[in-house]
Design a protein around this ligand. Structure first.
Ligand code: NAD
Ligand code: TYD
Length: 349
């Protein structure tokens, strides 16, 4: 059952960890990794498994209907784990259509192609849609997002992900397409593109560049180590109930400013700098438009029903992450050359 699996977005940050876990843990599965290799996709992220017998990489775009239909007809995937997306809120503010095209229309193309091969006879098939907690909008000082929290997306990124979640549920309801959805909090770890807060700030601290803190910095996020997200996806893929949603989170809320100060201290330590040196780089800049104040996930359903909980503490996860970025200077240098410079100029002047 479910032996031929298509993972989309497997050259990106989270997808690469999911692909690695599945390829290594399930030699009996055939894993296909479909990725367009946008600026965020990098085959270096999965170099260690590229020669595995149960692994095939396919370069392609989920926006391309004909290509997607042909790929599904050729391989007749029994399951899809869909992670490919435009994923950065700031880019969605400057280029919203890219998000609508990939996240909404791309997801629709995958759903239609999946229906196309199984003709609505779905014995032992599964479409797993990976989503975000940002679909729920912003919390006040208290409260947590649960699986029944109403959708209230605030950025074009969040709206595009919400829209794709709705599409998946509608295909389940209308055509009986079997699906699960998970909505996860902010991830951190190795191979995250340095546009997101943690890798961007590690990169800037290392290079003595300003640390651009949006607004007053008192925004709260719930951080989860990426490998714990991959483990949760594995659990949900194998044990999740058809049509159910699972929230995934780290039980780990931090204001941006507290997190940034922690990062600065840890980096001072690693770079043999006097304590307080990196914190001098903190620079308050214009706030992000429509900035969500607080995200926090109640992951108790996943814990109670499927027995998942984070395997590493934030302290351990952050230490592993900082060490990875410091030991993989060439990865960071390669992804920050070329187009990254233009992006940085556009975002941060
Ligand atoms: P990422 O930006 O690092 O990677 C996305 C991958 O998708 C890249 O490899 C890219 O090349 C590929 N891709 C983009 N457009 C494509 C297209 N049109 N066709 C084929 N491939 C395409 O993103 P990520 O942070 O790894 O996020 C993966 C998924 O997890 C996304 O669906 C995102 O919404 C979700 N998610 C992310 C977080 C987070 O904190 N990063 C949290 C919760 C959920
Ligand atoms: P980010 O990593 O972009 O994730 P998300 O917006 O999906 O939560 O940002 C995390 C938080 O850090 C968010 O409140 C915005 C803030 N932030 C900054 O203050 N400065 C930055 O340069 C970036 C990229 C983010």
């Amino acid at each position: 059952m479910n032996n031929k699996i298509l993972i989309t977005g497997g050259a990106g940050f989270i997808g690469s960890h999911v692909v690695r876990l599945f390829v290594k843990k399930y030699p009996e599965y055939q894993i296909f990794n479909l990725d367009a290799l946008t600026y965020a996709g990098n085959l270096e992220n999965i170099k260690d498994i590229e020669k595995a017998n149960n692994y095939t990489f396919v370069k392609g775009d989920i926006k391309n209907i004909e290509f997607i239909n042909n790929l599904f007809q050729k391989h007749r995937f029994e399951a899809v784990i869909h992670l490919a997306a435009e994923s950065h809120v700031d880019r969605s503010i400057t280029h919203p259509n890219d998000f609508i095209e990939t996240n909404v229309l791309g997801t629709a193309n995958l759903l239609n192609a999946f229906r196309g091969i199984w003709q609505d006879n779905y014995n032992d098939k599964l479409f797993y849609h990976v989503s975000t907690d940002e679909v729920y909008g912003s919390l006040g000082k208290t409260g947590l997002f649960t699986e029944t929290t109403s959708y209230d997306p605030q950025s074009p990124y969040a709206a595009s992900k919400a829209s794709s979640d709705h599409l998946v549920r509608s295909y389940g309801n209308t055509y009986g397409l079997p699906y699960v959805i998970s909505n996860c909090s902010n991830n951190y770890g190795a191979n995250q593109f340095p546009e997101k807060l943690i890798p961007l700030f590690i990169h800037n601290i290392k290079n003595n560049k300003a640390l651009p803190v949006y607004g007053d910095g008192n925004y709260t996020r719930d951080w989860l180590y990426v490998i714990d997200h991959a483990i949760a996806i594995d659990e949900i893929f194998h044990k999740g109930i058809n049509t159910e949603t699972y929230n995934i989170g780290g039980f780990n809320e931090w204001t941006n400013l507290n997190l940034i100060h922690l990062l600065c201290d840890l980096m001072d330590d690693r770079l043999d700098r006097e304590k307080g040196t990196s914190a001098k780089l903190i620079t308050f800049v214009k706030d992000r438009a429509g900035h969500d104040r607080r995200y926090a996930i109640d992951a108790n359903k996943l814990n109670k029903e499927l027995g998942w909980k984070p395997t590493v503490t934030f302290e351990e996860g952050l230490a592993k992450t900082l060490d990875w970025y410091l030991e993989n200077e060439s990865w960071l240098n390669s992804v920050t050359s070329g187009a990254y410079q233009a992006y940085y100029e556009e975002m941060y002047g």
